[in-house]
Design a protein around this ligand. Structure first.
Ligand SMILES: *[C@@H]1O[C@H](CO)[C@@H](O)[C@H](O)[C@H]1NC(C)=O
Ligand SMILES: *[C@@H]1O[C@H](CO)[C@@H](O)[C@H](O)[C@H]1NC(C)=O
Length: 333
């Protein structure tokens, strides 16, 4: 039955294969220290969560520099971001930012997160850690990567998916935007590749230092890493729930999808995500070395109350309205 996502099945199966935790929204602005370091503003608006070392340029050991994080795991000062989703009015062409709500309705509550996204670091697939077959090596300070591309206009990318939420159902995973209103919002997943070349913390395209062995969607069993990228890293995944409910009555039956990514992406294939590693010291490695750790912080990994996480903030560096109604998307002609 295609209706059950891997995540929904995980409610039934015992789960013990990695970290899963909420991170509240840190900021929504045009900054992108991975793809456009130094650019203030960057090309398009991002929805960003994580540590307060977030900046237009990020070098060195982020985990040592940051002093707070919007994530539940208190030693995780990484930053995680995607493009921001907007509604484009079919009647007058103006744009409004789609708010984000915590992901968790199917997975045990939001723990008090505000907006944000849910982050996973899985060791193998969602149900097994498989640590006796392969060691999972944590990312190093300075590591960064992206998945997907805003210029992709027609090719589905494995692991980048949309689901149409209604009631307690997430619906089938699909490579493009839903074609009709979703009463519970639009759910997006971004699975990153998990095989590293063992040398480079980044690469010119921010992707070729990593290799994706995943051949199907969801939290699926990852085949062995190739010789070119022999080091198995945690598989990082983001899940975001875009609360489209206030726009559903403006989407008339038969009209095309009115939601666009902040880079004017009307097709869903351009969805992408960025990762900037920032765990403090060896905390992520300690989590990944432990079997049967799922969601609970992996024993010695410190958690904080989301009420504490929600206090973490960064100043706006790009002072422009990103909330709408906007005649143009910020940065777009
Ligand atoms: C951001 O970077 C600038 C320039 O390097 C620096 O002056 C500033 O303190 C940084 N801000 C944060 C929040 O790290
Ligand atoms: C454009 O349309 C939306 C509804 O689709 C409305 O809320 C908004 O006020 C309109 N803006 C202008 C400038 O007419």
């Amino acid at each position: 039955m295609k209706l059950f996502s891997a995540a929904a099945l995980a409610l039934i199966a015992p789960v013990q294969a990695g970290l899963r935790f909420p991170c509240s929204t840190l900021t929504v602005q045009r900054l992108d220290p991975v793809v456009q370091p130094g650019a203030v503003p960057a090309a398009h608006v991002h929805h960003i969560v994580g540590g307060n070392a977030f900046n237009h340029t990020m070098t060195g050991d982020v985990g040592e520099r940051a002093t707070c994080t919007t994530c539940q795991m208190a030693e995780d000062f990484s930053n995680y971001w995607t493009a921001q989703l907007y509604f484009k009015s079919p009647t007058n062409g103006s744009y409004k930012r789609v708010p984000v709500v915590p992901v968790q309705p199917l997975l045990g509550g939001s723990n008090g997160a505000t907006g944000g996204l849910t982050v996973y670091y899985t060791q193998f697939d969602l149900n097994r850690d498989n640590l006796n077959q392969q060691k999972i090596t944590a990312f190093k300070p300075g590591f960064r990567m992206t998945v997907g591309s805003p210029t992709e206009s027609n090719k589905p990318h494995v692991g980048l998916r949309y689901q149409c939420l209604s009631g307690t159902s997430r619906g089938a995973e699909q490579p493009d935007f839903p074609s009709k209103p979703c009463s519970g919002g639009i759910f997006t997943s971004h699975h990153f590749p998990s095989c590293w070349d063992g040398v480079n913390l980044d690469s010119p395209d921010h992707q070729s230092h990593m290799y994706n062995t995943i051949r199907s969607d969801g939290f699926t069993n990852a085949p062995a890493c190739p010789a070119s990228h022999p080091v198995r890293m945690p598989q990082v995944t983001y899940e975001t729930t875009w609360d489209t409910r206030q726009f559903n009555s403006l989407w008339k039956s038969g009209d095309p999808n009115p939601f666009v990514w902040s880079f004017e992406g009307t097709l869903g294939y351009g969805t992408h995500a960025d990762y900037m590693f920032g765990w403090k010291g060896d905390s992520l490695q300690r989590a990944m070395d432990k079997s049967e750790c799922f969601y609970d912080g992996c024993g010695s990994i410190k958690k904080q109350a989301m009420s504490e996480a929600n206090k973490c903030a960064v100043a706006k560096q790009v002072t422009e309205d990103v909330e709408g109604w906007l005649e143009k998307l910020p940065g777009m002609a």
